[in-house]
Design a protein around this ligand. Sequence first.
Ligand SMILES: [Zn+2]
Length: 372
Amino acid sequence: MPIFETIKRSSQTKARLGILTTNHSKIKTPAFFPVATQGAIKGLFIKDVEDIGIKGVLVNIYHLYLRPGIEVIEELGGIHRFMNFSGTVISDSGGYQVFSLETFRRLRDDGVEFQSHIDGSSKFFSPQGVIISQLRIGSDIVIPLDECVRLPVDKDRANIAVERTIRWAKLSKEIFENNKREGTIFLGVVQGANFLDLREKCLEELLKLGIDGIAIGGLSVGEPAEIRYNVISFLTDKIKNDYLCYFMGYGKPQDIIEAVERGIDLFDCVIPTRMARTGTAFSSYGKLVIRNSPYTKDSSPIDDTCDCYVCKNFTRGYLRHLINVKEISGVQLLTYHNLWWYNKFIEKIQRAIEEDNFLQFKQDFLKKFKVE
Ligand SMILES: [Zn+2]
């Protein structure tokens, strides 16, 4: 059985419909995975996450390694049992977190030394160790350690990061092959900043390793949209039908549409859950800052076109009240709605590709959805 297959392509754009098969679920793509950094979707029971129809989540090896520790999750039956989640789990290598640490970190050829942000103790991540950690927790999709550079960056520096990323990917793939559970998916992280020749070199070297798909790294870090779209289009032009294309850490609705149009299959992002915690809800008209005073006596639901439990039962005025008095259920209800809304949004994208009217869908959606 193929891990990923394209089942339909848009005739006007590079948008495509696919099926991703993991050890835990079959997922129709384009797909969006919410982020469960610490092994939980913040503010929501995992039962609710499943009820909404979410087929996969992203966990973070950096955080799980520090707390509770890989061996704890392994002893408690692996990440699915630990969280009681029956869908697909992608584990991020933690590279991005390590490279973003404000505290001490030192890059070595064999890995990266860093200081835990929790207790300051010194730690070391090697490419091999990071893969083993992901396999020990029973992740369905593993991601090798890579070097992410901040933009803007000069070409020589970007090239050093690409070469290190390739070298580490080789070591990662080797240890993966010797220790994997059948059916586990290995993605290669394509780095290279805004330099297309470096992106190409990275992609080609990764494809030689026999990866199952690519994760586009080092973007969505504040660069102009034009650079981002350029890199995405360049890479998806070179990818065949049976390779999954995953854009890491990217997920505003308007951005998802633009990336799907350019051939991206998979997204993860903290936006819907994080926004909920700050009292912001998604609607077909744009973002709604529900904690604001105009909603005090508003008797309408968050989104009159949404048929989720929250929109069917609660007013904006009540939700605003819960958020303002810091009732936990306020966050819970907004998170539920936001994930439901995202899930429906993705389903609409899938339908538009299925019916081959993606561009019309994009136009209609963006006309209504206010982007600030
Ligand atoms: Zn709703």
